[in-house]
Every structure is written in C-alpha cells, then in structure tokens.
Design a protein around this ligand. Structure first.
Ligand SMILES: [Zn+2]
Length: 185
C-alpha cells in the first residue's frame, strides 16, 4: 500500500473545487498517471483540506472512495468535451446530477450559496454541484487543460495565455525540453 498523498498548494491550482478534484492524479496525459487518491486516508485528507469533511466525522469508506473515483471520471468526460468545443455527453452529465441528488441529505446549502457537507458523500455532492455549475456557466475564457499533463484550470491570468498547470512543474519541464531540443539542433 502506498503512503497517503501529502496535499500541497500545488495540488490546488485549478481555481475551482471540481477541477481541483479532477486533478487528483499525477497526470491525465498522455495517459493517466498515479492516482493521488492512494486510499481512503488520502481522500479523507483531501476532503479535510478543502473543508468538505467536518472534523470528527467517521472515516471515509472504501465505497465513498469508489464513488469519488467514478465522479472524477465523469468530470474528466464533461470538461474534456467542453474544452474540445463539443456538446457535453448527456450520460456523463446525468452522472453528475445523480451524485448531487443522491447525497443532498448530507449537504447543507447556505443562503449565500456556500456548501457545508456532513460526511464524505456530502463532499462528493458538493464537488458534483460545483462541476454542474461550472459546466452550465463556464467563465468566458473557458476551462483549459495543461498542455503537458492535462490538469484542468481556469485561466484568470491577465493576458489569458496560461498554458501550464503550474510554472513550477510543467512550465519548467517544457522550458527544459525546449532548451534541450534547441541545443541538440
Ligand atoms: Zn501540467
């Protein structure tokens, strides 16, 4: 069994809860990399870090973790289609609605629209609602994906020219790769 992921600020670069949730793999491209939800502990600490799991709640179950991985796959399908300018696949969107609907009892919605979950399932409902809201009302610049690893993000940089999940990781690696091919030529 691998050690639970230590969540760092670098894991939360998307500018949106549902997209940060989608980015819980080492990379999405060219093929999915290591799952950062290494087990129920890693999923629980992600929920705690994003304030979706109140302290003292029962531990996250394997079944909740399975639901989390399924929800993540749905979010990939929805926002890959969005990014490619395609119609959002109806079955994937229905999956988001199901996740939200099945767990709304575990969720409290404040008058300001804030979401407070009572357990891991409520947390998943909150993530699903965030994804639904984003799909129905995307930012004008759209949801983008890192050129290198495929992590999703919302580009709120001034020039709207962000290409990487993070300059620290993919941006730098791309620079190094460019430099290498330039010196080889
Ligand atoms: Zn990246």
């Amino acid at each position: 069994m691998s050690a639970p992921t230590a969540w760092l600020d670098e894991h939360f670069i998307a500018g949106n809860l549902a997209l940060d949730f989608a980015n819980t793999v080492y990379r999405r491209r060219p093929e999915p990399g290591l799952d950062l939800f290494t087990g129920t502990d890693a999923f629980a600490t992600w929920l705690t870090r994003t304030r979706l799991l109140p302290g003292g709640e029962p531990a996250v179950t394997e079944s909740a973790l399975e639901h989390a991985r399924a929800l993540r796959a749905l979010i990939w399908t929805v926002f890959d289609a969005h990014r490619d300018g395609q119609t959002i696949p109806a079955t994937a969107f229905a999956g988001l609605l199901d996740t939200a609907r099945c767990s709304t009892a575990d969720l409290a919605i404040g008058s300001d629209g804030s979401l407070a979950s009572r357990n891991a399932y409520g947390g998943l409902a909150a993530v699903a609602l965030n994804a639904i809201t984003l799909a129905l009302d995307p930012p004008p610049q759209g949801v983008r994906a890192c050129d290198r690893c495929g992590w999703f993000f919302i580009d709120s940089s001034r020039g709207r020219r962000r290409r990487w999940c993070s300059m620290k990781t993919c941006g730098n690696q791309a620079k190094v790769a460019r430099y290498r091919s330039a010196t080889r030529a």
